[in-house]
Design a protein around this ligand. Structure first.
Ligand SMILES: [Zn+2]
Length: 237
């Protein structure tokens, strides 16, 4: 009976082969954790280069756009693999908009993306702190600031009307970007979406922790725009 329970637990983990079927689930987990701890201590950057990390995101977005997702890193085995330590290959500062969920639009899974989501993808002190944590302590090699088409937060900043409650706090953080492009031809909101990504990146680059990582080649900071109609992410900086 005991053997049956253990075997069922083992199968539930979805791991086969390497460790043999005689191991109990707890033995197996202990081994996985020991291996991971040896391979990836907390302050060691994980193995992907910044360029490879960007490529991985772009390829995932292409799969999403083509409706050919692979849903990577979503198995029970992956859950256990990252339970004790995370080393996300990308950190993404994106809008809280319900139509822009990073794991889905980049076809990634658990432990892959360190998500910082806030309306208007603005670099508040709390957002910066979260990003610095992901980059310096978790070793994330890529930081993407992602704006999107028809962003409500950017639209509010462009329209410049009185707002309820604390909504004006994020609008205020976007206004400098709106001012930069107010005389540009074209759609004011779309221009401001791109300008806001560039402006928030500028603000993030004031961080000494981030700029040191960029200078040593351990981090790349890029900006992107998400197209709500097609699902495509374009790299804009
Ligand atoms: Zn938005």
């Amino acid at each position: 009976m005991k053997h049956n329970i253990e075997r069922r637990d083992f199968l539930r983990l979805g791991i086969t082969g390497a460790f043999g079927v005689m191991l109990s689930a707890s033995d197996l987990l202990w081994q996985i954790q020991a291996v991971k701890a040896a391979e990836l201590p907390l302050d060691t950057p994980q193995s992907l280069s910044p360029d490879a990390a960007l490529q991985k995101l772009i390829e995932g977005n292409q799969r999403f756009v083509l409706h050919q997702p692979q849903y990577p890193d979503q198995s029970a085995a992956r859950l256990q693999e990252v339970a004790q330590a995370q080393h996300p290959f990308a950190t993404i500062l994106s809008c809280a908009d319900s139509r822009v969920p990073a794991e889905i639009i980049f076809d990634q899974g658990i432990g892959d993306i360190f998500d910082v989501r806030i309306a208007g993808n603005i670099a508040t002190p709390e957002a910066l702190g979260s990003i610095e944590y992901a980059v310096t302590l978790l070793g994330s090699p890529l930081l993407l600031v992602l704006g999107h088409e028809r962003c409500g937060a950017v639209t509010a900043a462009v329209q410049n009307e009185a707002l309820l409650g604390d909504i004006s706090t994020f609008v205020k953080a976007i206004k400098p970007a709106v001012t930069k492009v107010k005389n540009q031809p074209g759609n004011a909101v779309e221009n401001a979406v791109v300008a806001n990504v560039q402006y928030q990146i500028q603000r993030l680059k004031r961080s000494r922790l981030l700029t040191e990582r960029v200078q040593s080649g351990k981090l790349k900071i890029v900006g992107g725009r998400y197209d709500l109609d097609t699902g495509t992410v374009s790299i804009i900086t």
